[in-house]
Design a binder for this molecule. Structure first.
Ligand code: ADP
Ligand code: ZN
Ligand code: ZN
Length: 742
């Protein structure tokens, strides 16, 4: 049988400067097996056909110009592609996929060199026996030395602590360690060689034994792996089903083969407990990066990876670009999280880039979630991903919470005007009496959403953005988009009326009402305002887990990943608030938030209750969350997406044009829209818009979006390429910025 002729797009002489262009070559039939994306090849180049080294970035059966003029690849260069080269290829792929410039892509993928001298990795080691530590702990508890209590407890649990990984999370400073060192209680060791974690931690005795479901999940990946098969797996397991244990089993397997692993965890879920679980199992072959690291510290950690000093990197989205030379496995925990998508160019999604990086390295990719994204579950059901299931909680004594859905309209009809429904109030009182803890979740921050004039009805707007300013209790109005801040005006700037007042309710207001309704309860609040300061986030969580408060009030932040065994009641104040966001994913996000929030109650032996207060008690996102029924939600949501033509049923390309000059923007968008319509009149493209972006004006820049829908991703990719060509050539686009989202 005759094989189709294949062509390879090749970057010549890779260097970070000179890779914006690719050249196409024919793959001779004898090399068809050996030439792959990422291969290094020798090709004739230029007029004299001098032999140059090139890198294959894509392979196609469609020649991009006359086939008789396409030269042939001479040979494949044996040997592995270096990490640096791989990263450049990855950047090139990202540029193509997301429509950014090569420069933006390179900046994302390759860390900025920084002159900071590498810091040594320090370890805090106890010099005392565990009995002596117990005694010290007792003493610290009597004196109520919070940080010391934490430190002694952590040392008792682990024997030693990796300084960099734990100091910040435990709130431990150098000044605090000094006297303890002088007293001979502990020492701070500087490690040069990695130690053997097995010896120090009696690893086997601490190991959990995987239950049957976990075993099956892990074996599926491992069997494939050992057979040389690499794939993408979706590990769908309810909260507490033991996904992390499965990840660790898989990591251990690839580490044994001399490979490395990257674990992506959303930043807010990257807690002390999570870090220590990995550390306990893998010792200081683990490192973490997070957004709080300085450029130097970050560079330092990535260099350690490049030098082979660590085997596991844990971190948010950007950890994906850790320069491991022998990457064997990528794990994305909580794969449904919005934070995996970059908001700046290149607007990449970690899932997709991870898939690409895994391909380049012949590595496997495991996605894990209790509430998988519609996209991933869709792919799993259609055979693109392998589905691994965990149905049960791993700890035998923990069970799912009782969920009560309360109709707020009915509460009001029966004369209850408080933010607390009667059921929630009753359960709160009971918990407070028993000394158990409560979490109240409110999907909004600020004291009130906005401030308006009671006379003319105008809401106070940010002068730079198209959004209302948010009222804060310190008497200021802030723009949550650009940071613009003013004192609340005494009279309305529009009509001069003195009757200006906050409107709506947020976390601050809820805190106030909670204190009023339960005057004896100790209340903590966690939202973007109370956590603005470095370390505040950890401090609040610490305080709550140490029992310093009875009630924790917060936004999304409090529902992700934290494990508070004494929390037995979760109240969701207004479940439908997030349903009305102008975004086709709002139902998915509501379902996910409610499910995650419900998962916070009853994580231990104590039975838990969840109260969902809502005005939309019949909405399927709310009913299926109340029943913790993901499949049910997925089925209904997919019907809706099919009907409306949204992903994953249909592909959408979003093209945003922006400019300081509103007139120029309107003209440019009009022209652009017309050109695309003309060029693609024979394809079945569905256009939505152009519409104003939300918000329309941001930082004095106006933005309009054109959405283009089609079932075929390839057609949308073609449209984007044409759009980029248009963008480059036209005078009217000179001061217009283009952004693509596909
Ligand atoms: P998930 O990541 O799915 O939320 P975790 O891996 O955090 O779940 O597990 C939840 C809890 O159950 C943890 O405290 C963990 O130590 C425990 N656990 C997990 N697997 C097992 C097991 N096979 N046997 C006993 N306990 C387990
Ligand atoms: Zn007014
Ligand atoms: Zn603003």
């Amino acid at each position: 049988m005759e094989q189709a002729v294949k062509y390879a797009d090749i970057i010549i002489d890779i260097s970070t400067k000179n890779v914006d262009r690719v050249f196409q070559y024919r793959i001779p039939s004898e090399l068809i097996e050996s030439v792959q994306v990422g291969s290094r090849v020798m090709v004739p180049f230029g007029k004299g056909d001098t032999m140059r080294k090139g890198y294959v970035v894509s392979i196609t059966t469609v020649p991009s110009f006359a086939p008789e003029r396409i030269k042939e690849i001479q040979d494949v260069v044996p040997g592995a592609v270096s990490v640096q080269e791989q990263m450049i290829l990855l950047a090139w792929w990202m540029k193509e996929r997301y429509g950014s410039t090569m420069n933006q892509a390179l900046k994302t993928v390759i860390p900025v060199k920084s002159k900071v001298a590498p810091k040594e990795e320090k370890t805090i080691v106890s010099l005392k026996t565990s009995e002596e530590l117990q005694e010290l702990l007792g003493e610290a508890e009597r004196k109520n030395f919070k940080a010391r209590i934490r430190l002694y407890k952590a040392l008792l649990e682990n024997g030693e602590l990796p300084y960099r990984l734990t100091a910040e999370k435990l709130g431990i400073t150098n000044a605090m360690l000094k006297p303890l060192q002088e007293k001979g209680i502990l020492t701070v060791k500087t490690e040069t060689k990695s130690r053997d974690p097995i010896k120090d931690y009696e690893r086997e005795s601490r190991r959990v034994i995987l239950n049957e479901e976990q075993q099956v999940a892990a074996e599926t990946v491992i069997t494939d792996y050992d057979a040389g098969k690499r794939g993408t797996y979706l590990l769908y397991g309810i909260t507490g089903s033991g996904k992390t244990e499965v990840y660790m089993e898989l990591i251990e397997h690839v580490l044994k083969q001399g490979k490395q692993a990257i674990v992506l965890i959303p930043e807010i879920s990257l807690t002390y407990q999570t870090v220590m679980r990995f550390y306990r199992r893998f010792g200081n072959r683990v490192s973490i990066i997070n957004s709080r690291l300085s450029a130097g510290e970050r560079y330092d950690q990535l260099e350690r990876a490049a030098r082979g000093e660590i085997d596991i990197m844990i971190g948010p989205r950007s950890a994906l670009f850790t320069p491991f030379a022998n990457l064997g496995l990528i794990i994305i925990d909580e794969e449904h999280e919005g934070a995996y998508k970059s908001e700046t160019s290149p607007r990449y999604h970690a899932r997709e880039v991870a898939r690409m990086r895994a391909n380049m390295n012949h590595a496997s990719l495991v996605l894990g979630s209790a509430t998988p994204s519609m996209e991933s579950y869709y792919k799993a059901l259609h055979g693109e991903y392998k589905l691994l299931l965990l149905h049960n909680r791993a700890k035998k004594d923990s069970r799912l919470a009782n969920v009560h859905v309360i109709d707020l309209r009915e509460e009001l009809a029966e004369g209850n005007r408080s933010v607390f429904s009667r059921k929630l109030r009753e359960l709160m009182e009971e918990r407070l009496q028993k000394g158990e803890q409560i979490m109240l979740f409110m999907n909004r921050r600020g004291y009130a959403n906005f401030v308006s004039c009671r006379s003319c009805g105008e809401a106070m707007q940010c002068p730079h953005c198209d959004v209302s300013l948010t009222y804060h209790r310190d008497g200021t109005l802030k723009c949550h988009y650009c940071g613009h801040e003013i004192l609340i005006p005494k009279i309305c700037p529009d009509c001069g009326s003195p009757f200006i007042a906050p409107f709506g309710a947020g976390t601050q207001k809820l805190e106030e009402m909670t204190k009023k309704t339960f005057p004896n309860a100790r209340v903590l609040r966690m939202d973007a305002d109370t956590t603005a300061k470095k370390g505040a986030h950890e401090e609040i969580l610490q305080a709550f887990s140490e029992g310093d408060a009875d009630i924790l009030i917060g936004t999304q932040m409090i529902v992700k990943g934290h494990d508070f065994p004494k929390v037995t009641l979760v109240g969701i104040m207004a479940a439908d608030l997030s349903l009305y966001a102008p975004d086709f994913r709002s139902g998915e996000r509501t379902f996910e938030l409610l499910t995650q929030a419900s998962g916070r109650a009853g994580r231990s032996e104590l039975p838990g209750d969840v109260v969902i207060q809502t005005y939309a008690q019949d909405h399927f996102a709310i009913t299926s969350a109340a029943e913790q029924d993901y499949e049910q939600f997925y089925k209904e949501e997919l019907l809706y997406r099919k009907m409306m033509g949204y992903p994953p049923a249909v592909g959408i390309l979003g093209i945003t044009l922006s400019s300081k000059d509103e007139r120029a923007l309107v003209d440019a968008m009009g022209y652009f829209h017309k050109q695309i319509l003309k060029e693609y009149c024979f394809e079945n493209l569905v256009f939505i818009g152009p519409v104003d972006a939300s918000p329309y004006k941001l930082n004095d820049i106006y933005r309009k979006i054109l959405y283009i829908k089609n079932e075929s991703y390839d057609i949308l990719l073609k449209v984007r390429k044409s759009a980029q060509i248009l963008e480059d050539g036209q005078e009217c686009f000179k001061n217009i910025n283009f952004q693509y989202d596909l």
